[in-house]
Design a protein around this ligand. Structure first.
Ligand code: C2E
Ligand code: CA
Ligand code: CA
Length: 419
């Protein structure tokens, strides 16, 4: 697959709904799309992903949907086609309240509004939590309106189940049960728009809590001694995905976040080298991201491991740059190949001259040390233009793509970058 210039139409489409706009309401974390028409199914999955829904499964009929609810549930919302061969939508709705009482349903149909309304009433009588009915073909604005209207109810449900305190034991079981998954977020060359790599971001797909963000379980993993097991698992998934993409014709780099605690393990360079060679990856394809504040505070204990990772040709990346306490001499001690400017500066750079000055001097510093600069948190075209004007080499952020399941990367590249 070639990574050409991104289609301008695709990028323009992205800007139709700005990321900050989406962030102001509670986007569902998970959705089940049920429709026998594969075109409609794919379109709905794309629209939901575009609106920021992170976990999306789809089924072609009622029986498959029920199976997914049993094995991959709970989902926060379900879009349900009414006319399907075999178990149709009405049949599916009949048992839904018993299967998953909190599931919010959006009916999708090309039937007359009157029939749609009476089926809606029937569903409500069966205690289905119906949140809207949409006529085919479904447009982004209409779908967004339905989800946005129900944002507060979604947030309330999520608070009840998802926000309960996480205990180390529950996390341990989740790791053992294979519930930790890796999502990936593309990084593009700021000028040529080519894909240069992806960042692997951990997600916990919990049957009880929904999709749990890493900020909620990485610190717990660190404090409860689970972080090494978790990091190993994430490395394996990220490297396997990288090898799979290669098989599908997409050669790219993968960046993995490392906790400082893992970097005091003296055997880490050997383990990572073995793992990457097992997956047939070149070490230069693997980027190791370390948070600046942590890297600088405990620099002495990790210098050994970081230098040896570097000797083995892995690329080191200094994350969240600008938020910690770095100095030029410290930067020189660790052989970083890349610096990621924290998104707070990127967001502020359009207006604030201080943020611009920080980016400008970071770029100067990085380039003089032969390091590349990644601008994180690109949320608008203006952010991208500013990052580019200030000399950043690589851009990453919601405006380009939200983190997505790793199985979706190849299709995303084909759709967005190859036109
Ligand atoms: P990070 O390494 O700075 O990762 C970037 C975070 O910014 C991700 O949040 C990403 O989803 C989010 N992001 C990307 N683009 C945008 C944007 O345009 N706007 C905004 N507002 N946010 C954007 P996420 O996935 O929730 O991860 C949070 C943090 O958790 C990460 O920050 C990283 O420090 C940590 N983390 C994630 N995965 C792992 C992991 O596998 N291991 C370790 N040790 N830490 C991880
Ligand atoms: Ca990172
Ligand atoms: Ca970062």
């Amino acid at each position: 697959m070639s990574n050409g210039t991104p289609s301008q139409t695709a990028l323009r489409k992205m800007s139709a709904v700005s990321a900050s706009d989406i962030d102001t309401w509670a986007v569902p974390c998970s959705a089940l799309v049920v429709d026998d028409d594969s075109f409609v199914r794919t379109n709905l999955c794309r629209l939901l992903a575009y609106l920021g829904v992170e976990r999306i499964e789809s089924a072609a009929d009622g029986a498959a949907a029920r199976e997914l609810l049993r094995t991959h549930g709970p989902f926060e919302i379900m879009t349900c086609d009414l006319q399907m061969p075999g178990a149709d939508g009405v049949e599916l709705l009949r048992g839904i309240a018993a299967l998953q009482p909190n599931l919010k349903v959006v009916l999708i149909s090309s039937m007359e509004p009157k029939i749609l309304a009476s089926i809606g009433e029937l569903a409500i009588a069966q205690r289905v939590k119906l949140i809207g009915s949409l006529h085919k073909p479904v447009h982004l604005a209409a779908l967004r309106q339905v989800l946005q209207k129900n944002g507060p109810a979604l947030a309330k449900d999520r608070d009840r189940a998802g926000d309960a305190e996480i205990e180390a034991e529950e996390l341990k079981q989740a790791i053992a049960a294979g519930e930790i998954d890796v999502y990936v977020q593309p990084q593009l060359d700021a000028r040529t728009h080519e894909l240069v790599g992806v960042e692997a971001l951990a997600r916990w797909i919990s049957p009880r809590r929904g999709v749990v963000a890493p900020d909620r379980f990485i610190p717990l993993a660190e404090s409860s001694g689970l972080i090494d097991e978790l990091t190993t698992l994430i490395c394996e998934q990220a490297m396997r995905a990288c090898a799979d993409w290669r098989q599908q014709g997409l050669y790219t780099h993968v960046a993995i976040n490392f906790s400082m605690q893992s970097l005091v393990q003296l055997d880490l360079p050997d383990r990572i080298a073995r793992m990457s060679s097992d997956f047939g990856l070149d070490p230069t394809q693997v980027v190791i991201e370390i948070t600046e504040s942590a890297a600088m505070v405990k620099v002495a204990g990790t210098l050994d491991v970081l230098s040896r990772l570097c000797l083995r040709k892995f690329k080191l990346s200094l994350d969240d740059f600008g938020t910690g306490f770095s100095s030029l001499s410290q930067l020189r001690r660790i052989p970083f190949g890349e610096l990621k400017i924290d998104r707070s500066f990127v967001a502020g750079a359009d207006e604030a001259s201080s943020a611009r000055a920080i980016i400008e001097s970071s770029v100067q510093l990085a380039h003089s040390l032969d390091m590349k600069v990644v601008a994180e948190g690109i949320e608008t075209q203006a952010n991208w233009d500013t990052a580019c004007a200030l000399g950043c080499d690589v851009v990453q952020g919601y405006w380009i793509a939200r983190p997505m399941p790793k199985s979706e990367l190849v299709a995303w590249v084909a759709r967005t970058l190859s036109a």
